[in-house]
Design a protein around this ligand. Structure first.
Ligand code: ZN
Length: 152
């Protein structure tokens, strides 16, 4: 699928993450593992999280697909390592709001490199690409919370 025309600096950042993804690879001992597909574009992501005492201590992913989907996951994992589960949930919510056109979320510097994906929100069919990793994250955190809750 064709890459939408974005601000060229942002475009470069997206391509840079796509070519050199951060935290790519499986985790040996994840506490949550989620597989997500975006059938519209053929993107796939496997997200691995290791959560200990409410903190994301390690994160990894594997996957394939368009540059937007893979760069988005790479940027997301960059923000996740060492963060609390609460902050990870907030990050996912903020990013989702930005992708749905929320101007306040788009100005939020805490999104870091992820702000480069803001322009994708103008291309409705590609929003799913950008959100794929975050959908996986939200599922993983839900799974994690369920496991936590069942521990004595
Ligand atoms: Zn895609």
């Amino acid at each position: 699928m064709e890459t939408p025309q974005l601000n060229s600096l942002y475009q470069q950042l997206i391509l840079e993450h796509y070519k050199k993804p951060r935290n790519k690879g499986e985790l040996a001992d994840p506490t949550a593992e989620i597989h997500m597909r975006n059938p519209t574009c053929g993107d796939e992501v496997n997200l691995y999280l290791r959560v200990e005492e409410g903190m994301v201590v390690d994160v990894g992913f594997t996957g394939q697909g368009c540059s937007i989907s893979q760069a988005s996951v790479s940027m997301m994992t960059q923000k996740l390592k060492g963060t609390s589960v609460d902050d990870a949930v907030q990050l996912a919510q903020k990013f989702t709001r930005m992708m749905h056109g929320d101007a306040d979320a788009a100005r939020d510097r805490s999104l870091g490199d992820l702000r480069s994906l803001q322009g994708v929100s103008k291309f409705p069919v590609r929003i799913k690409c950008a959100l794929l990793g975050f959908d996986a994250l939200q599922e993983a955190l839900k799974a994690e919370a369920a496991v936590e809750g069942s521990r004595p």
